[in-house]
Design a protein around this ligand. Sequence first.
Ligand code: AMP
Ligand code: MG
Length: 380
Amino acid sequence: MVLNRIRFPQFSDVNSKVIPHRSTVSRSTRALFSLVLMVAVTGADAGEADCQTPDRHVRRTVGVMGTLATIEIWASTEATARDASDAVVRELTRVEDLLSTWRDDTELSALNTLPPGVPAEPSPELDRLLDDVHAWSVRTRGAFSPAVGSLIDAWDLRGAGRRPTSTEITDAVARAGVRGVLYDPEAHTITRLHDAAWLDAGGFGKGAAIRSAADSLKAYGVSRARLDVGGQLLLEGGVPVTIGVAHPDSRGEIAATLRIADASVATSGQSERGVEVEGERFGHIIDPRTGRPVTPWGSVTVVATDALVADVLATALFVLGPDAGMELAEQLDNVGVLFLDDRRTRLRATYNDAMKSYLQDVPGGSIPDRHQSTFREGPI
Ligand code: AMP
Ligand code: MG
């Protein structure tokens, strides 16, 4: 998902509760909560693992980055859990304040208004992020690029949507990616090359915010944490949790389950957001190489310890698609990738080796031998 318009007041707790673990919340209530999340987000929790700790548990939901973030913290005292959850909210908000391009008062928006041709030095934090993201742009040969601003404008993806002419698409492609915005990792500068070029944090902002939030938790000594920021999850504390991956066509339906601990899970697909023009739907993920929204094919779910990597790769692998994407997925170290291809009557699941250790259940099929090294297909 994206760094989006703020639809909820910052720091507004939609709900906030301290829950003495295993006492006031019945299993059925927790199951119901899990079900609601499964329906509400891609890749959510299909049921908590049993937890024997006597910890205090705080759960709160806040509006941030144009979406909802649900923060759950387990700690030895209620005060610690609350303080840690405050730190998470602060970090999510702080990163939104750095990266949002839906407002003009953030550092990224300021970079986006620099006169073309003039190199600017981002702050160290933004520079580190751009450095990471730039490396993935290079590795995906431009399939992932935050410099998709000209294409977002050409298709009016932040408005009512429009179908650009082929000349407009060609022009927008010439102002996207490295031809639109140049990041120099040696000089640590960023240069807009054209007035129509701008950087969009939609493909990596949530991951960046979750990564910062996870770092901020280290100071609190919490025993366990679970964050869900608009569908991207972070699980900390060693307790394995079963995650339901939504069917790409029907978000209320679970297509596969994963068993995850100490990692972040991100899903990208084209079904959730987009615009409709003259009866045709265009999704929000654009292939910067062609200048066109990626033709919907299903969804990709990525499990990685670094939330930024999970977010970037989910978007990147969605652009690459299940075939070219699998080539990259097989080269990744310790990053699980699951493609759900819905272009045929039967949903087709393919996944890389690293995903085999997370895959819990592939309905209608079985998880192949983990020790075999080639990627596998499992019918769903
Ligand atoms: P996600 O939901 O994480 O897959 O990110 C999708 C968002 O990333 C879109 O709404 C755009 O803001 C942005 N985006 C679209 N296409 C690309 C791309 N090829 N590379 C990087 N970001 C993109
Ligand atoms: Mg992403």
